[in-house]
Write a protein of this length. Structure first.
Ligand SMILES: [Zn+2]
Length: 246
């Protein structure tokens, strides 16, 4: 009989690609767990770009959204630069009330046609987070699902036609980090220090979130997550993904 408590064993992430586009809802979504993978990929000479649906203006309880938006945008650009990501775009949708639907799919499909990635990265589109019954947020669900859909939409010339923008049917995988159902992983070790530095760029957010020393907080959180995901990857600290091939 199989052991019902056994953790799944993850496959290595595909390595035969050059260009990725990460599509997420908010500043900090990639820094809470994915950035170690991104740092190691850019180190290998791969190109990774970020597309953020919002500027995260509703993410700091003690800061008015009009002030928070430019602060968080700046912190996100700095966080991206730390892991070798130069292209950071913001769609400027309203934080907290992103709606899943054709309008969002269209925005993401056009971005995929512009960037022409082989790999699309997004964050957990499921109802809950791994390891328990913590409910996910509507923005993550909407953007994650729309990114999965837009990978196909981008390749269909009859869906969301846009003059001057050719279809792009070259997305080979969509990789979802933070999924309760991971299938693949990449070693986190080579990128972990820069991932910690990348998360630390979200100074305003972290300061409002915790009274702890930011460095201790970031290290404990990211090293802990990499160890937990690595338990499913032969004990090597890892970033796990649910991979959807196309
Ligand atoms: Zn988020």
């Amino acid at each position: 009989m199989s052991d019902p408590t056994a953790r799944p064993t993850l496959e290595p992430m595909p390595a035969d690609w050059r260009t990725a586009l990460a599509i997420v809802a908010h500043p900090d979504d990639l820094e809470y767990g994915t950035a170690a993978a991104i740092a190691s990929w850019t180190d290998e000479g791969r190109s990774v770009s970020y597309l953020l649906a919002t500027r995260g203006e509703a993410g700091i309880d003690t800061m008015d959204p009009r002030r928070a938006a430019p602060v968080r945008e700046g912190e996100q650009r700095a966080a991206a630069a730390v892991v070798g990501v130069e292209s950071v775009e913001f769609l400027g949708l309203a934080d907290g009330t992103i709606e899943y639907g054709p309008a969002l799919r269209r925005e993401l499909a056009l971005a995929i046609r512009r960037h022409r990635p082989e790999l699309v990265i997004t964050v957990n589109h499921h109802d809950t987070w791994p390891g328990g019954r913590v409910w996910n947020t509507p923005d993550h669900r909407a953007v994650g699902r729309a990114a999965l859909d837009a990978a196909a939409d981008a390749g269909n010339r009859w869906i969301f036609p846009e003059p001057g923008l050719a279809p792009w049917d070259g997305v080979r995988w969509v990789a979802v980090s933070g999924s309760p159902y991971p299938t693949h992983a990449v070693a986190a070790g080579p990128g972990l220090e820069r991932a910690i530095a990348s998360l630390l760029e979200h100074r305003s957010y972290i300061a409002a979130l915790t009274g702890r020393d930011p460095r201790e907080y970031a290290r404990e959180l990211l090293a802990g997550a990499a160890a937990a995901e690595g338990a499913m990857f032969g004990g090597v600290a890892a970033v796990a993904f649910e991979l959807f091939p196309r």
